[in-house]
Design a protein around this ligand. Structure first.
Ligand code: CDT
Length: 307
């Protein structure tokens, strides 16, 4: 018996500043319908999937962007997405800006099972960019102004007949992200991203944006024997070009499906979750071969100590 499920990446093209939540939810539902035709069980949507990527603009007052945050989930605007997913029996992950009742701001993703129950919530751990306006940049990346780092870590969830975890955008560049979940036996990692191709601190990296995207997710999948779905909001949004290249990656590290456009597009693949064991029980049998006692113990420190 193999545990086969169909995984999907619901890539989004740009969302303009003026686009309403209702219009975006319609686009998400259109992707759900395509997913239904492809037999998808679990569909991943991107980071901040309900709005434009607002951290590209500075507001003096932190609350200046409050209209981009969700105060509850589901809410009136997103309920039609939840209803349609339940009707079609498709589970999904959805990234959005969360403003908690006690005033905390997180870059959050929730995981919803096919029966409509919310089975997991992830708040982004690695928050990139900067806190203050850097006027010399052609556009800002103020995630560190608008989101707190979560201390909830990388948890996994038993659902979809397997073990599922989440990460968000910049998290995918850090090996700890995958390993934290790998150590909990993860079999599918869902990663939404918004990645501007122009990187102001070192534009020399621009041409490598696609390579680095693949490099980190393929390595994370292989080194932990897990499926990875990387799903983008791509295309030119409010004048800023973001990487598309949504992909589904097998536990072998191979890209088995990839978007061909930088707009709204479904990518899907039939995935055997039992294939994870081929890697988890051989080369990456952690219990047998991993040697934590031989590694420098830096994981609980804020900075890395160099010799
Ligand atoms: N959204 C997000 O995390 N994007 C970052 C951009 C880094 S440049 C400040 C990423 O790692 O793709």
């Amino acid at each position: 018996m193999t545990r086969r499920i169909t995984l999907g990446a619901g890539q989004l093209g740009p969302i303009s500043k003026d686009e309403s939540r209702a219009a975006v939810v319609e686009r998400l539902i259109a992707l759900l319908h395509q997913a239904h035709h492809a037999g998808v069980d679990l569909l991943a949507f991107p980071e901040l999937a309900l709005t434009t990527f607002f951290p590209r603009w500075y507001t003096e007052d932190l609350c200046g962007h409050d209209h981009y945050y969700e105060k509850e989930m589901p809410n009136a605007a997103t309920q039609p997405l939840f209803d349609e997913a339940l009707r079609l029996k498709i589970g999904f992950s959805l990234g959005y800006a969360e403003l908690t009742p006690d005033g905390h701001r997180y870059n959050t993703t929730i995981l919803v099972e096919r029966d409509g129950s919310i089975v997991g919530r992830y708040r982004k751990v690695h928050i990139p960019g900067h806190e203050e306006d850097e006027a010399l940049r052609p556009f800002q990346h103020l995630e560190r102004r608008y989101f707190e780092e979560s201390s909830e870590g990388f948890n996994v969830h038993r659902c979809f007949d397997g073990i599922v975890g989440m990460a968000t955008c910049n998290d995918r560049r850090w090996p700890e992200t995958y390993r934290e979940m790998g150590l909990q036996g993860v079999e599918v990692i869902l990663i939404g991203y918004n990645t501007p191709i122009f990187y102001a601190p070192d534009p020399g990296q621009n041409a490598l944006a696609g390579f680095h995207n693949q490099l980190v997710m393929q390595a994370g999948a292989y080194q932990n024997g897990t499926w990875v779905i990387g799903v983008a909001k791509g295309g030119i949004e409010e004048g800023v070009e973001s990487l598309a290249q949504s992909s589904i990656i097998a536990p072998s590290g191979q890209v088995v499906a990839q978007a061909v456009s930088n707009g709204d597009e479904l990518v899907s693949v039939i995935a055997d979750l039992d294939w994870c064991a081929n890697y988890k029980e051989t080369l990456f049998n952690f219990a047998r071969y991993r040697r934590p006692e031989a590694y420098q113990r830096i994981s609980n420190q804020k900075g890395v100590m160099l010799p």
